[in-house]
Design a protein around this ligand. Structure first.
Ligand SMILES: NC(=O)c1ccc[n+]([C@@H]2O[C@H](COP(=O)([O-])OP(=O)(O)OC[C@H]3O[C@@H](n4cnc5c(N)ncnc54)[C@H](O)[C@@H]3O)[C@@H](O)[C@H]2O)c1
Length: 266
């Protein structure tokens, strides 16, 4: 029970990766505060986890609002006395290209994916300091490293890496570590049915999508004292996509067997 006694806030925790995080973190001993705009899903998840004997509560929460963050922090402190972990997980997509993206849509995705992470760190870190320290995990994406047809998503996820490094430097004296993770594709409501899924799977060296539970395992590790010497990092969990996806794609297109000995033309 490596998270025994720790209280963790998960933004966007009502479904998808955030819900898997909640399941894994309570199994590892944490009390989880599930915060989301999806009330029915969030309430049902918290109730199910409580039914299994875990400590879980849901709060309606909009990550774009500083007041909503402050209300959440105060409520969680009233509930458990302190906060030791934060997963900045809430996120949205908007696949329209630069020319096709309206300013309104651009501002919306910046608000959720980037301002939401900024406000999360800004409001929760002081509570973590008061509790003696803790750890923050920010959800970035392989999209932080690879351009594609979602300018708001790629820009905000790259921005999350910058915020992560800034937070790691700023909060070190408060005994708070800050890391980001970069998942490859995990099929959730965020991307279900997308035409890009199958080509991405083929370009992924491990040949499959990630699982929400696999992402949650990494998050639990980064929140725990097992990762005490890791801060300011971004860690890919992508089936080898960033490291070897280009080689995989090229070899597939050219019909080259990467496992076979290659003859160099002279
Ligand atoms: N699924 C993937 O392939 C993938 C890959 C890399 C990174 N990620 C990141 O993982 C995180 C979770 O994504 P997911 O796949 O579980 O998607 P999801 O859509 O299932 O979950 C996102 C959650 O964020 C919540 N949310 C949206 N706007 C919010 C707001 N303003 N305030 C509070 N909550 C809000 C949604 O209601 C939802 O519950 C996101 O940050 C996403 O960018 C996902």
């Amino acid at each position: 029970m490596k998270l025994n006694g720790k209280v963790v806030v998960i933004s966007g925790g009502a479904r998808g990766v955030g819900a898997a995080d909640a399941e894994r973190l309570v199994a590892d001993g944490a009390a989880v505060a599930i915060a989301d705009v999806l009330d029915a899903d969030g309430e049902a998840l918290a109730e199910r986890l409580r039914g299994d004997g875990h400590q879980a509560r849901f709060w309606h929460h909009d990550v774009t609002s500083e007041a909503s963050w402050q209300t959440l922090v105060d409520a969680v402190r009233d509930w458990q006395g302190g906060i030791h972990g934060l997963v900045n997980n809430a996120g949205i997509v908007n696949r329209s290209g630069i020319t096709g993206t309206s300013l309104e849509a651009w501002n919306r995705i910046i608000g959720v994916n980037l301002t939401g992470v900024f406000l999360g760190m800004k409001t929760v870190a002081p509570a973590m300091r008061d509790a003696g320290g803790g750890a923050i995990v920010n959800m970035a994406s392989v999209a932080a490293w690879v351009g594609h047809n979602d300018p708001g998503y790629t820009a905000t996820k790259a921005g999350v890496l910058g915020l992560t490094r800034t937070g790691a430097a700023e909060y070190v004296d408060w005994n708070i570590r800050v890391n980001a993770i970069c998942p490859g594709i995990v099929v959730t409501a965020l991307n279900e049915g997308g035409a890009h899924l199958e080509p991405w799977r083929r370009a992924t060296p491990l040949g499959r999508f990630g699982k929400t539970a696999e992402v949650a395992t990494l998050i639990s590790f980064l929140l725990s004292d097992d990762s005490a010497y890791i801060t300011g990092e971004d860690i890919a969990i992508d089936g080898g996509f960033l490291a070897a996806g280009s080689a995989r794609r090229i070899s597939l297109e050219a019909g080259i067997d990467l496992t076979a000995e290659q003859k160099v033309a002279s």
